[in-house]
Design a protein around this ligand. Structure first.
Ligand code: SF4
Ligand code: SF4
Length: 153
């Protein structure tokens, strides 16, 4: 579902322009309000929706579930740490979904720079960074060679 902007809510701050990975959120030079210049190229990542402090960006619901008369509102509510979706069907039914933004406290995740640099041997390992300790296991499960198929019989 590509996005569109409610011009009356937008104040032209440009956060959506800065964050859009598809570079399709632009500021109209006459009205100084944002708009999606090419909905067909929208990744539907909703980074702009989440970044907009004015809750000015909505989604165009696809016609198969939300034809004429529908609305899809998505709001990032940082104080509640939730993303909520309100989907209104054209027959008046509403569906509301609320999801947590994250499952850990803000600031509780270390940045890569906070970890000690990996050793040169780590390049030869099949494990990803911080495995297995970050998974809170002693070792990752692995198949022993005798469990591999030895060929067709
Ligand atoms: Fe750009 Fe993503 Fe917003 Fe689409 S949903 S306009 S790709 S930021
Ligand atoms: Fe307008 Fe929201 Fe984009 Fe700011 S982030 S320019 S208020 S649509």
């Amino acid at each position: 579902m590509p996005t569109f902007v409610y011009m009356t809510r937008c104040d032209g701050c440009g956060h959506c322009v800065d964050i859009c990975p598809s570079d399709i959120m632009h500021i109209d030079t006459t009205y100084r309000r944002a708009f999606n210049i090419e909905p067909n190229m929208c990744w539907e990542c909703y980074s702009c929706v989440k970044a907009c402090p004015q809750h000015a960006i909505d989604c165009r619901g696809y016609a198969d579930f939300a034809p004429l008369g529908h609305s899809v509102r998505v709001r990032r509510e940082e104080d509640k740490a939730t993303i909520s979706w309100k989907i209104k069907f054209r027959d008046g039914r509403e569906k509301n979904f609320v999801s947590p933004i994250r499952t850990t406290a803000w600031g509780s995740i270390k940045s890569p720079g906070d970890y000690a640099p990996p050793s040169a041997d780590a390049m030869k390992s099949q494990q990803l960074a911080h495995e297995p300790e970050a998974l809170k296991v002693d070792a990752l499960p692995a198949l022993s060679p005798d469990r591999f198929k030895q060929g067709l019989v």
